[in-house]
Structure formats: structure tokens, C-alpha cells
Write a protein that binds this ligand. Sequence first.
Ligand code: PLP
Length: 298
Amino acid sequence: MSDRVMWFDGACVPWEDARVHVWDELALRGANVFEGITAFWDAGQGCHQVLAGDAHLDRLFDSARLADIPAPMTRAEVRGALGTVAARLSGVDVYLRPTFYARYGRSSLAPDSAGAMYIGGFPFRPTTPPAVRAIVSGHRRFGGPIGAQAKSGGSYLDFRLFERERIEHGVEHVLFLNDRGHVAEADGAAVLLVRDGSVTTPSVDSGVLDSITKRIVLDLARRLGYRVDERPVPRDELYQARVVLAGTLLGLRSVDSVDGKTGGDDAAAATVCALADGYARLCRGEHPLAPDYLAPLR
Ligand SMILES: Cc1ncc(COP(=O)(O)O)c(C=O)c1O
């Protein structure tokens, strides 16, 4: 694919030239943390507008601290490198995936400890499947000492099992429960439940990544006058509400059925439409909340 851009060791390089050694901590123990960031092309300004860039950089550095991976660069340097990648993809919306990884050292206290960064970037062209069916996974997700708050490569190993279930069941998404049997999150997205004029989402103590897209959607919901509730969510509520997934890559995606059951009434469906419309306008800079979330990436 020629429109993929790779930043590696200080500069953009041909995609196939970004190589690490099999004995690097990245490969040996999966020592990496990363972010998925979108930036939307602004033809008027002639640059990309990054969505919630500060929140993503905060989370990248927080993840590195939680997973004890030495941050290889300053925040300003990471931002500069993101701008370099985006500039190679001018004229289109982009998805940027900065990754910090440990090259050497089993912890950052090791004398030879060294971190590094790469960023993959490519055009962002979200697709919407004609039907969105989800199942609840038969596996539960248990957080280790690093926990779900770190967006770490290691924690995504579980997702191989969820992806297998997804394919075996012929559905678009898998939702999973935490060790207490409460709703946690989905494959690459936060879970939101829309019902009776309220938007409910599992609280962060449910063992979920604190989704940045979810935070934006909750902001939109409050502005539209909906009640917002973050709390432990029992599984049964998935069948009584309209379920919506929120994530950087997915945007906002309404789920038609969970385990074959459709919850939520016409009012819930209308709320989902209003939120999706608000989110789309915000990404384009056409919503009153847009200045809170968009910033030029140069
Ligand atoms: C497990 C998981 N939960 C939630 C999300 C959504 O997070 P965000 O909205 O910050 O992209 C993602 C997306 O990467 C994810 O992988």
C-alpha cells in the first residue's frame, strides 16, 4: 500500500525499512504502548486538525509510565513527528498510530534501558457495515497489575481470542465482561447504552480504557440535555437499551443487536442519531464544541 507512511528512528522511512530485532523487549515481552489518533483535513487552513490531540498525548505518556516503558521523546517532539507524518498525507483525513516501545532493559531501572518510537500513518476512511451485530464474549477480561488504563500492546493479546469468537459467530463486534460479570468494553471501542433520555457507560473502575471518543460523546450528550451516568453496568442492560460503540477508528457506531436481541425504542434511536450527527460535525469543525477538541497539526 503506497499511501502508508512510517516514521522510525527520527525520520520517515519506506514502510518495509522499519525493523526491530527479535530480541528487543518489544518482541520479547510485548513492551509497547500506543495511541490511535485521527486528524481531519482542513482545506481552508491547508492543514490537518487533530482530534483531542492533548488527551491522546496525555494517555500515551501515562500508558508509558504505567507499563514502565521509558518515554523516548518529549511531548513536543512527539507532536512534531506526528505533524511530519500527517504532512505526507495532505489532502486526506489521517489515522496516526504513535508507539513507544522498550528496546532494551526488562524494566526502566535496568542500566541498559532504552526506549524508542515509531509512528504509522495512513488515510482514514471509516466504513459502516450494513448490519452491526454483537455478541457477548464467553471470555472475561481480567486486568493485570498494569491494568486496562494503559493502552499497551500486551493487553491487546486478549483481543486475538475475541476476534476468533467474532469470526466464528459471523458478527461485527464482540463485547466483553469484566471479572465481576459487568459490561466492560468492545473490540476497539467503549460501550454506551442509550435509554430513557440517558446515556450510561461502564465506569473506569469496570476495567476499561478511558476512551477519548466516549468522553467527547458524553460531552455532546450533556450539551443535548441527556443525563450521563458512569457506573458498573450489569449485562442485562445490554438488552434493554440501544447500544452504541465509541472509538477513534469506529467513531460512533450503533449496534443493531446484542446476542440477537434488539433493545431501545424510537426515542433511543433518535438520540443515537443526534449524537452521531454532533460527532460528525465536531470532527469537521462545524460544532460549537469543536474548538475544545480540534487543533491544527503542523
Ligand atoms: C479496548 C479499547 N477500548 C476503547 C477504545 C476506544 O478508545 P478511544 O476512543 O480513546 O479510541 C479502544 C480504541 O482504541 C480500545 O482498543
